[in-house]
Design a protein around this ligand. Structure first.
Ligand SMILES: Nc1ncnc2c1ncn2[C@@H]1O[C@H](COP(=O)(O)OP(=O)(O)O)[C@@H](O)[C@H]1O
Ligand SMILES: [Mg+2]
Length: 279
């Protein structure tokens, strides 16, 4: 690896760069003179589930949108690399072959069937004028099966419950066959079994080598699932690393204004958190 004068990273001649995952540096975003993200550095290792944590309004959704190229960073010094590709420099179509974003409230629910909505995920992979191929439909059906929505393939998306819709958005992202998947609170609207199922899907993706970064507001779900976490507070990264190092009282208490107790799960050895208000 070398870093050029412009900050672009290039592979050193003669070496084969392995998967490196996501590496963002100096990401800032402001609106109306207010700095919402203030020089965020964040990584998500390849083949791992990373959690983007932080209180309401800390900038999680904004960061995911900037990483996904939906909104440009407001500072020219920002750099977002994925496996040595410069994500911010990629065109929209190329970027959509690399990364999928599952937004929290996807408001663009068109009058489409579930299968057609999932097939939208195939668009970046085929020529502009081509229709869906059998292979595209097979990928879409596999994605629906993964999220447990096969029986809903012919339903109109607009008739689905919030949780069902959430799964369709996840299936659309899976059909995109991304190497990097960014998800904004993917367990919102889901009951506890469906939450665990969604997180199991993310773990399976990571085991297949996909880089997963999910904004999660439930710290216990993060403790149970994530390999790596990035904790935001007021648009800045306050801690990042292994869940066992970040999800500790000294880090969490000042950020969330609570008193945290950390227990250890008797079977998995992972942290289990309990919270109280101070005083
Ligand atoms: N387009 C926007 N215009 C004005 N304020 C915004 C905009 N987008 C985000 N914000 C503000 O930025 C802060 C971070 O928002 P967000 O990224 O949604 O946080 P989180 O996802 O962590 O709850 C919030 O205070 C929010 O009101
Ligand atoms: Mg959010």
């Amino acid at each position: 690896m070398t870093t050029t004068a412009t900050g672009a990273r290039t592979a050193t001649t003669g070496t084969t760069p392995g998967p490196r995952g996501l590496d963002a540096e100096r990401v800032s975003w402001s609106v109306g003179g207010r700095l919402i993200l203030d020089g965020v550095d964040a990584t998500a290792p390849a083949g791992a589930v990373s959690g983007l944590l932080g209180p309401n309004g800390s900038g999680k959704s904004t960061l995911l949108r900037v990483l996904a190229g939906v909104q440009p960073p407001s500072d020219a010094g920002a750099r977002v690399a994925f496996d040595d590709a410069d994500l911010l420099g990629l065109g929209r179509r190329k970027r959509a072959r690399v990364l999928a974003l599952v937004e929290q409230e996807a408001s663009t629910d068109l009058p489409l069937t579930v299968l057609d909505a999932v097939l939208l995920g195939r668009i970046p992979h085929r020529s502009l004028l081509a229709g869906d191929s059998d292979a595209d439909r097979a990928v879409a059906h596999r994605a629906l099966a993964t999220v447990g929505m096969t029986a809903f393939a012919e339903r109109e998306v607009t008739t689905l419950s919030g949780g069902e819709r959430q799964r369709v958005h996840m299936a659309r992202a899976l059909a995109q066959e991304p190497a990097l998947i960014l998800l904004d609170e993917p367990t919102n609207h889901l009951d506890v079994a469906a939450q665990l199922d969604a997180l199991r899907t993310l773990r399976a993706l990571a085991e297949d080598g996909v880089t997963v970064l999910a904004a999660l507001h439930d710290l216990n779900l993060a403790a149970q699932t994530c390999d790596h976490v990035v904790l935001l507070s007021e648009g800045r990264v306050v801690a990042a690393g292994d869940v066992r190092d970040v999800l500790v009282p000294d880090v969490l208490d000042p950020v969330y204004g609570v008193r945290t107790e950390v227990l250890t799960h008797p079977r998995t050895g992972r942290p289990v958190l309990s919270f109280e208000l101070p005083g």
